[in-house]
Design a protein around this ligand. Structure first.
Ligand code: ZN
Length: 600
């Protein structure tokens, strides 16, 4: 057993999340975490909503609410959506907790003491008519990188690059349209060049990464510049230094605070577990966490934060860059083992866009379709290592032809036939198993090594393909053995054997599919007469802030129960449940309906 951290990208709380988002960070991380737990590892899976920064402030202004009120609204929506998908977070929290503020400030101070955060005079915008500071969010202009004409002072929403207001071409105040004046102002910068060597050494020792992610990360190191980590903004974590702490107009930049969420959420989980130091088993380089592995899951637009910025922060805090230094009170911290980045999902050939309504939100999807139908599509046809298009026609085909006609049909006809003729798991004929019986059982048993290895190496598409091969073999076996023809008294023992073999293989295939399809796996377990939890599910709990802030909902769960990653022999005579379909066949008319919604 080893300690495995599943660190999942933090969804931004400025709106509901769509299926493109959850296909990048959500489902792949859950499949991995579920498998690793089933295989006996001690997994800690953490994340939360990312709630600071300009976009939330801008939208709150537009809606006439406070940023906190806006974050509260979408934090709850996102928590409920991730719960609906069955994502098994040990803790899904948020960045507005007091615990998170304290951990962010501790990392900032530690890096500052070690010399990796340095003050620098830079040019900030003021309004010429009032003489007051003009926050980044109130400045708009043309992006110097992609030419998008509504880029904001801190980021271009079109190309995703971070900007400084002074970089914008033709900057304008969004308040009154005037051209801002740039004057000298002080900010704090992360000294990335001082951490370049340690980052390069770390990247050189990485194994098994997707080649494009490693290449992209290496290229980022070629031109590292100091990067501003504070902004002119009121919404965010205060700067924990004398003379800055109480300034209402300067905050730590949202990307700096959000990546620290992996650590603060782990600490929050430990504090809630009753053992406040338990987080160290996944994080402490020197102590009990030194053999822990840490996997980070995200879409490719976030690679830079996980393969450069976050390891730079961890190294600087641990005192490991070219300026040396001492680790802070949290000790030396583990760097990522692997950055697992997926590519983009598009929708009917177009980029997802909430403003242009090219979108299907998780909530709307789950109102009309089952969570496992979406999870199946993402695992089998998602953007694992190539940009991939979601089409309703392909969703329908995958659901009806593979999930319903392949897996659902195997489960349904085998269990129905066994229930009708035996009422229980049938016994094996004393005459024994044939070669065909043995061969099929062996295929299913071999799946545990094959599928497990592929999930462990983040090849989930291939993994679910191998699991579905077991299903296809079992369907072929049933057609060949035709147990429905073995009706007579003399043939009945053989019918029992065939159905016993089929049900055993269904039980094994169900375990192989459990990380991908946890909801239906629980149902199949119960249809086979199993009791108790097979695939544990997350729960939403309303909790008090540990340090006196407002209460909030979290996702958590007890995942110590449930199936293990192994074949469990079925006992003859175990009563079977009344058969009922596990998956829903969809009517082809949903394609036109959904396309009409998209157009409307
Ligand atoms: Zn741009």
């Amino acid at each position: 057993m080893s300690h495995v951290l599943a660190a999942v990208a933090w969804p931004y709380a400025n709106g509901p999340r769509h299926i493109g988002h959850v296909s990048g960070f959500g489902v792949p991380s859950d499949v991995f975490a579920r498998y690793m737990r089933m295989a006996g590892h001690d997994v800690l899976m953490v994340s939360g909503t990312d709630e600071h920064g300009t976009p939330i402030q801008v939208q709150a202004d537009a809606d006439g609410v406070t940023p906190r009120e806006l974050a509260d609204r979408y934090n709850r929506v996102i928590v409920e959506d991730l719960h609906g998908l069955g994502l098994s977070y040990d803790l899904f929290t948020r960045t507005t907790t007091r615990n998170h503020y304290a951990v962010v400030q501790e990392l900032f101070e530690g890096m500052y003491r070690n010399g990796y955060i340095v003050p620098k005079t830079t040019m900030g915008a003021i309004s010429p008519s009032t003489g007051r500071t003009l926050p980044d969010r109130y400045i708009e202009g043309t992006c110097p990188i992609c030419g998008y004409d509504s880029a904001r002072g801190d980021q271009c929403d079109n190309c995703g690059n971070q900007l400084d207001p002074i970089d914008l071409i033709d900057p304008k105040s969004r308040i009154n349209g005037e051209t801002p004046k740039f004057v000298e102002t002080e900010h704090f910068f992360l000294d990335l060049p001082a951490l370049a060597d340690v980052l390069r050494q770390w990247l050189d020792t990485r194994e098994g990464w997707r080649p494009n992610v490693l290449r992209f990360s290496r290229n980022l190191l070629d031109d590292l510049q100091p990067r501003a980590i504070t902004r002119d903004l009121e919404w965010g974590v205060p700067i924990p230094l004398d003379g800055w702490r109480d300034r209402p107009d300067k905050r730590i930049y949202v990307w700096f605070d959000a990546v620290i969420g992996y650590l603060s959420a782990s600490i929050e989980w430990a504090r809630r577990s009753g053992d406040p130091e338990a987080w160290r088993r996944w994080w402490s380089t020197d102590g009990e966490g030194k053999d822990a592995r840490a996997y980070y899951f995200m879409g490719k637009d976030n690679i830079v934060f996980h393969s450069v910025i976050w390891p730079a922060l961890l190294s600087g805090y641990s005192g490991e860059g070219s300026r040396d230094g001492e680790p802070g009170e949290l000790g030396r911290l583990n760097l990522p083992t692997e950055v697992v980045s997926s590519e983009y999902l598009t929708m009917e050939g177009r980029k997802f866009s909430s403003s242009r309504k090219v979108v299907i939100y998780v909530r709307d999807f789950l109102e009309r379709y089952d969570a496992d139908a979406l999870r199946y599509f993402i695992a089998a046809a998602g953007p694992e290592s190539n940009d991939t298009d979601f089409t309703w026609a392909e969703f329908l085909r995958r659901n009806n032809d593979e999930l319903v006609a392949g897996w659902g049909n195997l489960v349904n006809r085998s269990i129905s036939m066994a229930a009708k003729n035996f009422g229980a798991i049938p016994p094996v004929d004393p005459a024994g198993l044939t070669e065909a019986d043995e061969a099929l059982l062996a295929v299913a048993r071999a799946g545990f090594a094959t599928v497990g290895d592929l999930i462990g190496r983040h090849r989930q598409k291939q993994a679910i393909g191998e699991a579905m091969k077991v299903v296809a073999e079992a369907n072929k076996y049933l057609s060949e053995q035709a147990p429905w023809k073995l009706k007579g008294e003399a043939d009945k023992p053989r019918m029992g054997t065939v159905l016993h073999v089929a049900l055993q293989v269904i039980s094994d295939a169900n375990t192989l599919l459990t990380p991908f399809l946890p909801h239906s796996a629980q149902q199949v377990h119960e249809l086979l007469g199993g009791t108790g939890v097979h695939a544990p599910m997350p729960v939403i709990e309303q909790v008090d802030d540990l340090d006196g802030g407002p209460a909030y909902p979290v996702l958590t769960g007890d995942y110590t129960v449930g199936a293990r990653w192994e074949s469990v022999p079925l006992e003859a005579g175990r009563p079977l449940a009344a058969p009922k379909p596990v998956f829903r066949k969809l009517d082809p008319s949903i394609v036109d309906e959904e396309l009409a919604r998209l157009a409307g």
